[in-house]
Design a protein. Structure first.
Length: 505
C-alpha cells in the first residue's frame, strides 16, 4: 500500500506527517514537529533570517531521512505565510531543494484554508448545519465557513500569532498602549471578513493549530475536566490573565509550553475579538489541520476511488465556475466545449496517450479558455494565460495552474514551441504533453465554432495512418464546425503522425 508524506513549512514551526493507505484509510506512521520561527524576521524586515533558514533546512533534512526510512512513495512540501511575504524566498527554496531534492510549493492563503478544511472535515463528524473553521498560524489566520463539508466562504487575514507579536508587543508583559494597538489592528482586519460571516448563521466554531490547542488545554486544566471546548467568557478571562503575566509567568501556566508562551497573548486576543465580534458562544479545538488535508489530497490525486474524490472534484468545479463567472465567460458555451473535450480525451486515448490527470486539466482549460476576452478580445489568449497563471484555483497546484495556463495560451493562431515562455515554465515531461492536450482543446473549440450546440455523439476510429472523427450534427448543419476542424488537420498530423478525416451523421 502507498505511503504519503506531508510537510508544512509554517511561519512558526515545521511539521511532518507520514501515513500509509490501509483498507481505504490513512494510518499515521510517523509525526514530527519543531519550532523554527522562520517567519519572525519576515514580519520585521521582509526577509528570511539566515539562521532561521539554516535551522529549518536542518529540520527538513531530518524529515527527509524519516520519509526515506518509512519508504514514502509521494512527498509534498508546502510553505505558507512567511514564504508568501519573504523577498528572499527563492534562495530558501533552492537551499531546500539542494538539501532534500524536494521542490517546495508556496500555497496561497485560500488554498491553505481549503486544505485545512479538508483535513478537519475528513477526520471529524461535525453535524452542525453551518460551521466556522478558524486556523491561526504564525503568519496568517484562515477563516472558512462551510455547510455539510462544502465551503461557502473563505478569507485569509494577516493575523498570525508570530506576526502580531513582533509587530505590536515589544515589552513583556505588553503595555496597555501596545495591547490597544494590537486589538485595534485585529478589529480593522476582522471588519473585512465580518460582513460575509455575519450574514450566515453559524452553528459551530472549530479551531485548529497551536494557539487554540494551548488555550483549550489551559481551560481544561483550570477547570479540572477534560474538554476541548472553550466558552467565550472563559476565553476573555484567560486572555486578560495571560496579558498581565510576563514570559516566566505564562510559561508556568498549566498547558503552556515556553515556545507557545512567547506568542500566546497575540493569538489569544485574535480569538477573543473573533468570538466577541461575531457573538459566538465558544470554540472547539480539533487536532487536525494542513498536513491532514495535504495527505487527503495526495490520496485523491494518487487515484483513490473513495467518495472523497467526488468532494474534491466538486470543490475544483465550483472554483473554476466562480473564476469563469468573474470574467463573464459564456458558461453554456464553455460547458459544451468541456463536454466535447471530455469525449475527445476518451475516444482519442490511443492517439494522445496522455496521463489520466490531464483529463481534469483539460476540463479546467475548457472552462477558462475565454477569460482573457474580459480584458480585451484582441490578444485574449495572452491575457487568458496571465489570468489563469495568477488566479486562485482551489484544488490545483501551481504546476497544474501553469499547465492549464499554457493550454489556454495556444488555442489561437500561435502554437506551443520550446522557446515560448509559457512552455519554458513547465517541467520537461509536460512540455511534451501540453501540445497534445492543447490540440484536444482546439478540436473541442472547433466542434463548438458556431456556439449553437450543433454537434454531439463524438467518436473516433483510429488507424495506423489516420484518425476518422465522427460526430452527429443537428439541423441546419455544422458548416462552421467542419470548417474549423479542417483548419486543425495539418497541426494534428504534425503532432500525432496521422491524418485527420471527418465523418458526419
Amino acid at each position: 500500500m502507498p505511503v504519503f508524506a506531508a510537510i508544512d513549512i509554517g511561519s512558526n514551526s515545521v511539521r511532518l506527517k507520514i501515513a500509509r493507505l490501509v483498507r481505504r484509510r490513512l494510518r499515521v506512521l510517523h509525526e514530527d514537529r519543531e519550532v523554527t520561527r522562520l517567519g519572525e524576521s519576515v514580519f520585521q524586515s521582509g526577509m528570511l533570517d539566515p539562521a532561521a533558514m539554516e535551522l529549518t533546512v536542518k529540520v527538513l533534512r531530518r524529515f527527509h531521512r524519516a520519509t526515506q526510512s518509512f519508504g514514502a512513495d509521494v512527498v509534498r512540501a508546502v510553505a505558507t505565510s512567511a514564504m508568501r511575504d519573504a523577498s528572499n524566498a527563492t534562495a530558501f527554496l533552492q537551499w531546500v531543494h539542494a538539501a532534500t531534492g524536494w521542490r517546495v510549493e508556496i500555497i496561497s492563503g485560500l488554498e491553505e484554508g481549503r486544505l485545512i478544511h479538508l483535513g478537519v472535515t475528513a477526520h471529524t463528524n461535525i453535524r452542525a448545519g453551518r460551521m466556522l473553521l478558524i486556523d491561526l498560524g504564525g503568519g496568517s489566520c484562515e477563516l472558512t465557513v462551510s455547510t455539510r463539508k462544502q465551503i461557502e466562504n473563505m478569507v485569509s487575514l494577516p493575523l498570525g500569532a508570530v506576526r502580531l507579536t513582533r509587530d505590536f508587543l515589544v515589552h513583556d508583559p505588553p503595555t496597555k498602549k501596545e495591547v490597544e494597538r494590537l486589538r485595534a489592528f485585529i478589529e480593522e482586519e476582522l471588519e473585512r471578513a465580518e460582513p460575509g460571516l455575519k450574514r450566515r448563521k453559524l452553528n459551530a466554531t472549530i479551531a485548529t493549530s497551536g494557539t487554540p490547542a494551548a488555550l483549550a488545554d489551559m481551560w481544561s486544566k483550570e477547570n479540572k475536566k477534560k474538554t476541548a471546548t472553550v466558552p467565550r467568557e472563559g476565553l476573555l478571562r484567560m486572555t486578560k490573565k495571560l496579558t498581565k503575566l510576563g514570559m516566566q509567568g505564562r510559561s508556568a501556566v498549566k498547558g503552556m509550553g515556553p515556545k507557545r508562551a512567547e506568542i500566546i497573548v497575540a493569538g489569544a486576543w485574535v480569538f477573543s475579538e473573533l468570538l466577541s465580534r461575531l457573538e459566538l458562544p465558544s470554540f472547539r479545538y480539533v487536532p487536525y489541520g494542513l498536513r491532514d488535508g495535504m495527505l487527503r489530497q495526495l490520496l485523491a490525486d494518487y487515484g483513490s476511488k473513495q467518495h472523497l474524490d467526488k468532494r474534491l472534484a466538486s470543490e475544483r468545479a465550483t472554483s473554476l465556475r466562480t473564476l469563469a463567472g468573474h470574467y463573464n465567460v459564456d458558461m453554456k458555451y464553455a460547458e459544451r466545449v468541456r463536454e466535447h473535450c471530455a469525449q475527445l480525451f476518451k475516444t482519442l486515448q490511443p492517439v494522445h496517450r496522455l496521463p489520466s490527470e490531464y483529463a481534469g486539466l483539460l476540463e479546467a482549460a475548457s472552462l477558462l479558455q475565454e477569460v482573457g476576452s474580459f480584458v480585451n478580445r484582441a490578444g485574449g489568449h495572452r491575457h487568458a494565460y496571465y489570468i489563469v497563471a495568477h488566479s486562485e484555483m482551489l484544488g490545483y497546484t501551481l504546476p497544474e495552474r501553469k499547465i492549464v495556463a499554457a493550454m489556454v495560451r495556444f488555442i489561437g493562431k500561435s502554437r506551443p514551441t520550446v522557446e515560448s515562455p509559457a512552455m519554458r515554465a513547465l517541467p520537461a515531461a509536460d512540455r511534451l504533453m501540453v501540445p497534445k492536450a492543447t490540440m484536444l482543446l482546439r478540436l473541442g473549440r472547433a466542434l463548438e465554432q458556431g456556439r449553437r450546440g450543433t454537434v454531439s455523439n463524438i467518436r473516433a476510429t483510429v488507424r495506423s495512418d489516420k484518425v476518422i472523427l465522427r460526430f452527429r450534427k443537428k439541423a441546419p448543419g455544422a458548416e462552421l464546425e467542419t470548417w474549423a476542424l479542417e483548419k486543425e488537420k495539418n497541426y494534428f498530423r504534425e503532432l500525432f503522425g496521422r491524418s485527420l478525416e471527418l465523418a458526419t451523421e
